[in-house]
Design a protein around this ligand. Structure first.
Ligand code: ZN
Ligand code: CU
Length: 488
């Protein structure tokens, strides 16, 4: 038997949240064909993986890679971390279905300028991803703000009956063409005026497809529990799973409340499929939001259209230099991007460690001075939080970025190392794996990632992409509610 690839002597951490075991793994035709002691077997390419961990390729469940997977399909920030699948369309913003009448409304501008939005139907986006063949697999949500922007002349109000009808049609058509579900970003001004009822009516389209509802909550600050209640109310009404995006306790007045927030999540989970994702940092990042300007914690500017040279500088320094208030400085910088150092480390750790949480980077690939999560989120969980801090065992870290994520989003035959599954794999050194990107030098590839296979093809090896791009578009398969059973 001649295989395509044999990875010998690896410590296999299979994604199921169980400790690793030593085995050889044989790949053929894009899939894992055998796992075991394969001494007699031969392959065109054989790799000795002694001292290395072989894990399922990481699934980045929270990304804004919608247009970058097409425009920069090598996807180095993700591939270099061991990520083999990205889920796009989070936080209410998606590249499709979108028909712009001018510049993309905030925060859709995080996905690119107007030219990047060339997909009036979800099927157009799917075709474009397939034509681009990015280095990683892509699955997509439909953004609520994107639907609003298509059909409403004024985003600072709730939608009319007629507008809801056409948004529903567009959502339904997207779900028919393979969208995973609906995302909202209710905290952002351009969605904040949407009444709960608007979202509930849209969400009625989800159940027939077994699709998911993901949400950047209406508030991550003091009213976070009320915002979670709203999310669960929508999910129950829709009979759809709820994934809370980048769950956190934001703002100094909210620090220390993670036990309450997690208790609310657990209690909802008792009679409804719910979960969350989070990124492993105590700072957030998005467009510069005047409502979030404060002197209670540090804020740095990552980009500014009128003042591009301010990228990387503190808002307090900029304001002092101009002799104006923080708020006035922020006004002058807009449109702009920011990093907000607005979380407490103990809250971040408690949420990350919770069994209902998955890892998602929330990286912003368009940002010229991005939050380091874009290049570092996954190795940071493996190296810093699992190995160095001891927050959870390595197999639990891997589970939160593979098996759990694939189950929640119904990614069939992915997320675990099993015979018959697609060979999305990452080989890493558990002693050295670490994130190198930080807030000062945010665009640096992780260390300790030795090999990344996407659909059976080695695409990244020893610190370099080799130009292979084997990613596919992953359309929704089956009923996502099933992926929430048999868990806590
Ligand atoms: Zn968000
Ligand atoms: Cu996001």
């Amino acid at each position: 038997m001649l295989y395509d690839t044999l990875i010998r002597n690896a410590l296999v951490i299979d994604g199921s949240d169980t400790p690793g075991y030593r085995a050889d793994v044989a790949i053929r035709g894009g899939r894992i064909e055998r796992i075991g002691e394969l001494h007699e077997a031969r392959a065109r390419e054989e790799i000795d993986a002694a001292g290395r961990v072989l894990a399922p390729g990481f699934i980045d469940v929270h990304t804004h890679d919608d247009t970058v997977v097409i425009r920069q399909p090598q996807m180095l920030p993700k591939l270099s971390q061991g990520v083999t699948t990205v889920i796009v369309g989070n936080c209410g913003i998606s590249a499709s279905p979108v028909s712009l009448r001018g510049d993309p409304p905030d925060p859709m501008n995080l996905l690119g300028t107007a030219q990047a939005f060339a997909y009036p139907r979800f099927a157009d986006y799917r075709d474009a991803v397939e034509a681009a063949t990015p280095a990683v697999n892509v699955a997509a949500l439909v953004g609520h703000t994107a639907l609003r922007s298509n059909h409403m002349d004024d985003l600072l109000r709730t939608a009319s009956v007629g507008e809801i009808t056409v948004m529903r049609q567009q959502l339904r058509e997207s779900l028919e063409d393979g969208a995973l579900g609906l995302s909202t970003g209710l905290a952002y001004a351009n969605a904040f005026c949407a009444a709960t009822d608007e979202v509930m009516q849209l969400s009625e389209e989800l159940a027939a497809f077994g699709a998911v509802y993901t949400t950047h909550l209406r508030s991550e600050f003091e009213p976070v529990l009320e915002a979670m209640d709203e999310a669960f109310q929508i999910g129950r009404h829709a009979q759809s799973p709820v994934i809370i995006s980048h769950l956190k306790c934001a703002g100094a007045g909210n620090w220390g409340r993670s036990p309450q927030v997690l208790a609310a999540l657990e209690s909802a989970a008792q009679n409804h499929p719910v979960g969350c994702d989070c990124y492993p940092y105590a700072a957030s990042s998005s467009t510069l939001d005047l409502k979030q300007v404060t002197d209670a914690h540090r804020i740095t500017i990552t980009w500014s259209t009128p003042h591009p040279h301010m990228g990387g500088r503190d808002l307090t320094d900029i304001a002092a230099g101009w002799g104006v208030s923080l708020l006035e400085a922020a006004r002058r910088l807009q449109p702009a991007g920011a990093v907000y150092y607005g979380m407490d480390e103990s809250d971040v750790r408690r949420i990350l460690a919770h069994p209902l949480s998955m890892v998602g980077s929330d990286g912003l690939p368009e940002d010229p001075f991005p939050h380091p999560r874009l290049w570092g989120a996954f190795p940071r969980v493996l190296g810093h939080f699992s190995r160095d801090v001891g927050l959870f065992p390595l197999h639990t870290a891997v589970h939160k970025m593979t098996g759990l994520s694939a189950a929640r989003f119904g990614l069939k035959d992915r997320g675990e190392i099993r015979e018959g599954h697609w060979a999305d794999l990452v080989l890493f050194n558990p002693k050295t794996v670490r994130d190198v990107a930080d807030f000062n030098t945010p665009q640096r590839a992780a260390e300790g990632i030795d090999g990344v296979w996407v659909n059976g093809v080695l695409s990244y090896r020893e610190g370099r992409a080799n130009g292979k791009r084997e990613g596919r578009f992953l359309a929704r398969e089956g009923d996502l509610r099933r992926g929430f059973q048999s868990t806590e």
